[in-house]
Design a protein around this ligand. Structure first.
Ligand code: SF4
Length: 554
């Protein structure tokens, strides 16, 4: 601190306002004149010499050291005289930018400083954020600020029946999670808003609609990183004691326990977890994040529409890529905390079964975190083109599943199918009588024609084991060209819930055209026309479904 305003020096102004100054608060006064800023600059030089081994007089290396290692900046508060401006310009030679609250001439292009050099006219309520942003400081959140224990030990913990205070999603209400990028100006780091009812506004045992939007901004943040951050929500939220989180995107499912609400846990804390953990684990790729949580039905549905448009856009980026065109697939073992032997292999034509990760996402995730859960897997020799079996993939899966899975087919549900975990969007199952395959998504809670509800199917096959005859997959994967290739592809599908059929209708019709079955969508039965396998058989017989003349499945 130095200088004065109309004879009233900075330190005195603070003392009059009752602000403690001195070394304990790091508010150190150098004197009443602006030229005393030189003492702060001198301190920076000493840091560079003592810790960076910079020799006295080596101004160039002194600048580079301070620019890259000493995260200092100048806050110019009050009228800036020519002398003040000259001092600020001097600080630029150490890589220290100036952020002012008055309309002084700006120097915005980057060059000597990391980002802008002089930024003017910033109101006091935004000046700290702005300084953090202009200097390129990284926010560190040391502790996750929630009133319950937090850590990996609580991942996989269930919140059941009588312990539930509030439940969101899980097919009973809408629950959607969306991480999206915004401009730096639109995001206030650490801001968490709950718009609508919170747990204190509802009796225990209630259900709420839920939409969480994490708005991320960063100078180096890329749109491609959005799904990677978003997919972390599952395990990050799960690490809070007394919270159960399943699924992702628009099939999220959250339960908050009664004990948590007693301890003071509120919906805001879900946002606090996201803010803290995004910074702790991914701070290198973004600068700011704010979280908005909606519980009002109208607003949740509005977010759902926006999020779904974004999911469609992300999914479509992979369209046109083929498995043959790449020699490397990616693994994903993010779900091993729930299903310890589960390994997803993600190829351009087989998205992760949660629907949240495609090949491009895994590639970006690997670039961000080369030691993380997404690793490149060299395909190696092709062992079966029909089943999608590759030597390199088998070797990887053997190791990553700790010998639980020996070989895996990317395109088959009967021969060495990929393992399934509880996050899958859909589960496909053989219908022997129909010589076909049905699939059901998580949102369909009624009985399916295979005699099991989605939850029973997920409980039976979702633990990370191979279960021939059953396969977890994403919604998008249904219309990818390698889907169930070994069993005859999309032409084997005889039943799916109506809502799912509607959701993927456009792509389903496109694929039907490609396969020379333009009315395929109409040939696939749903719950409105068939509830049992017999009824499915009679429906598809009437519609002359192609699977009836295909080779026997079993
Ligand atoms: Fe990764 Fe597969 Fe889990 Fe999705 S379902 S997060 S792709 S392991």
């Amino acid at each position: 601190m130095c200088a004065q305003d109309k004879g009233n020096r900075f330190a005195k102004q603070l003392a009059e306002a009752g602000v403690q100054i001195g070394w304990p608060t790091r508010l150190v006064s150098f004197g009443p004149d602006i030229y005393q800023a030189v003492f702060a600059i001198g301190f920076a030089c000493r840091v560079a010499m003592a810790f960076g081994g910079i020799r006295p007089g080596d101004f160039r290396r002194n600048l580079i050291y301070n620019k890259d290692r000493t995260y200092a900046f100048v806050l110019a508060l009050g009228d800036v005289t020519d002398e003040w401006y000259a001092n600020a310009a001097g600080a630029i030679n150490w890589g220290f930018p100036t952020i002012a609250d008055t309309p002084i001439p700006e120097i915005l292009p980057t060059g000597i400083c990391t980002y802008e050099h002089v930024v003017a006219n910033i109101p006091h309520d935004r000046i700290v954020q702005k300084a953090v942003e202009v200097r390129g400081l990284k926010v560190q959140v040391a502790r996750v600020p929630v009133p319950v224990s937090y850590g990996p030990a609580f991942e996989g913990e269930r919140v059941r029946g009588e312990d539930i205070y509030v439940e969101m999603g899980g097919g009973r209400t809408v629950a959607v999670e969306w991480t999206t990028s915004k401009s730096m100006e639109e995001v206030e780091d650490g801001r968490v808003e709950v718009i609508g009812k919170d747990v204190t506004d509802i009796p225990e045992g209630s259900r709420l609609h839920f939409a969480m939007v994490a708005e991320v901004a960063g100078r180096n943040f890329q749109e491609d990183f959005e799904p990677i951050l978003e997919r972390q929500n599952h395990h990050l939220i799960n690490q809070a004691q007394g919270i159960m989180h399943m699924g992702q995107r628009d099939i999220a499912w959250i339960r908050v326990s009664k004990q948590n609400v007693e301890k003071g846990f509120r919906l805001e804390h879900i946002g606090r977890i996201i803010h803290a953990k995004y910074h702790q684990d991914f701070g290198a790729i973004f600068d700011k994040v704010q979280i908005k949580i909606y519980t009002d039905e109208e607003q949740v549905k509005n977010i759902l529409e926006q999020a779904r448009a974004s999911y469609r856009y992300r999914d479509a980026r992979i369209e046109g890529m083929t498995d043959e065109a790449v020699d490397t697939f990616y693994s994903c073992v993010l779900c091993q905390s729930f299903a310890p032997a589960h390994v997803c292999l993600v190829s351009p034509e087989r998205t992760g079964l949660c629907g949240a990760y495609n090949w491009l996402d895994c590639r970006a995730a690997y670039e961000i975190n080369p030691d993380g859960p997404n690793q490149p897997v060299k395909k190696g020799e092709c062992l079966s083109e029909l089943h999608g079996q590759f030597k390199g993939c088998n070797e990887y899966v053997r190791k990553a599943s700790r010998q639980k899975t020996q070989s895996v087919s990317l395109y088959s549900l009967l021969v060495d199918p990929m393992t399934t975990c509880g996050c899958c969007e859909c589960i496909a199952a053989v219908m022997p009588m129909c010589n076909g395959i049905m699939t059901v998504d998580r949102d369909f809670t009624d009985m399916t024609p295979c005699g099991m509800k989605f939850t029973t199917l997920a409980g039976a096959v979702g633990g990370g084991a191979q279960t021939p005859g059953f396969l977890g997959h994403s919604k998008y994967n249904i219309t990818q060209r390698k889907f169930l290739k070994a069993e005859g592809g999309l032409s084997r599908i005889v039943w799916m819930p109506r809502r799912l059929k509607e959701e993927i209708k456009e792509r389903l019709e496109q694929r039907g055209e490609e396969l020379g079955i333009p009315n395929l969508s109409d040939m696939i039965a749903d719950e409105t026309v068939a509830a049992t396998e017999e009824e499915v058989l009679s429906y598809i017989t009437e519609k002359k479904h192609p699977c009836l003349s295909m080779a026997p499945l079993m």
